[in-house]
Design a protein. Sequence first.
Length: 282
Amino acid sequence: MRDFTKGHPALALNTASLGHNLDGAGAGWSPERVIDACAARGFGGITFWRREIGSRAVAIGDRVRAAGMQVVGLCRTPFLTGPDVPAALADEMKAAIDMTAALGAPVLTIVTGGTEPGLRGLAGTWDLLAERLAPACDRAAEAGVRLALEPLNPMFGGNRTCLFTVADALEICDRLNHPALGIAVDVYHVWWDSRLSDSLARARGRILGYHLCDWLAATSDMLLDRGMMGDGVADLRAIRAAVEGAGYTGACEVEIFSAANWWRRDPGEVLDVIASRFRNCC
Ligand code: ZN
């Protein structure tokens, strides 16, 4: 297992930790200001959200690399299934893949969307997911990008996801068997899974992202009350050991949706705490 106690080049910021995934949340720093603040603290990379990038993907990607970091990934695809699939899904998916490539990011994260309207349970929705993913995988391969299926905590079933565990995401990977498709492991979503280490052992070569935060024992908002690493009950070291045991050597991306706490603080303070907790708790 990698030793982060003395340095943190593997640490990446997901800008959702500063509220940048939601309109009106956070301090509203520009991508440039975020890049400078992360570089000054020795972060190794940044993951952005599409809403921050607009038409400036190439310039922002170049700016990250000029600061000595990498763009780790881009969040996220439109929903592929469920009640909120965009009318022009193929076009939106292509735009997201092209934005990822223009940023110079290797990975675009997929949140699948929920159970398809008119269906119940998961089986029919999984068929549709695979059908809609196949052309996106081809498009991603052409663009030199990989797609990471991120399973979400079951409480997000219905409208946001149809994949609840690492095992679920691997099953879709197995069905498509496409070199551009892998998974993202987010501790918020998978910490509770008693079979997680077994599933991760089967994920060798297919883990494309690792997302950090913590699960607060008294979570007050399922979406927007994630904890800082060390403040909750997830066994972060054990999960990372299993992720790295499956061969993952990439960035560890801190992704904390926290409307009532961390998003209200000065972003510089948040970044300082992230770096410290990363070295000591992860
Ligand atoms: Zn995540």
